[in-house]
Design a protein around this ligand. Sequence first.
Ligand SMILES: [Zn+2]
Length: 186
Amino acid sequence: MKSGIKLLLSIILLHITMPVFPVVEPEFIPKTINFGHKQAHNRKIDVIIIHSVYNASGGDIYDVNLIIKQFARYKVSPHYLIDREGKIYRMVKDKDIAYHAGVSSLPDGSSGINNRSIGIEIITSLDEAPSAMQIDVTVKLVKHLLEKYPVKYVLRHSDIAPGRKTDPWNMNWEGFIKRIKEKTDE
Ligand SMILES: [Zn+2]
């Protein structure tokens, strides 16, 4: 057998025998902030909340730094912020409590969602959907979190604060939930 073919075969075999899990940790861009969160010790994380946000204060509606300024004004923050290109900014450590849920309750009626959840903000607008790149990295990020924590609920902000919140906007939620449940993500 020609060595080229042999090499090709071994690459194919290697690929086939590679384990499906674990999901590789996504790349994070650290963005340290001094508002919108507090330190916690040994908190139990069992909820993931998906949001969307844009800069409504003038200038580029998708500008990351302007959006962070807006969070600062309201003293809120997600743990992760996903920009239009699919870059993930880590603003608050998972172990700490971020203020993102507001007045809200889980399907089982319990409140205090910030204490037990991870918040993810996707930059979109009221009339634009998350980009394909944003969905891809959000799937990757959520799958990574599902591996790390005993998550009971992955919910939209609008699921926990109906009537008050409508985000994430224009997101194919069923498609997203289907993808985070898949063993492999293509
Ligand atoms: Zn929200």
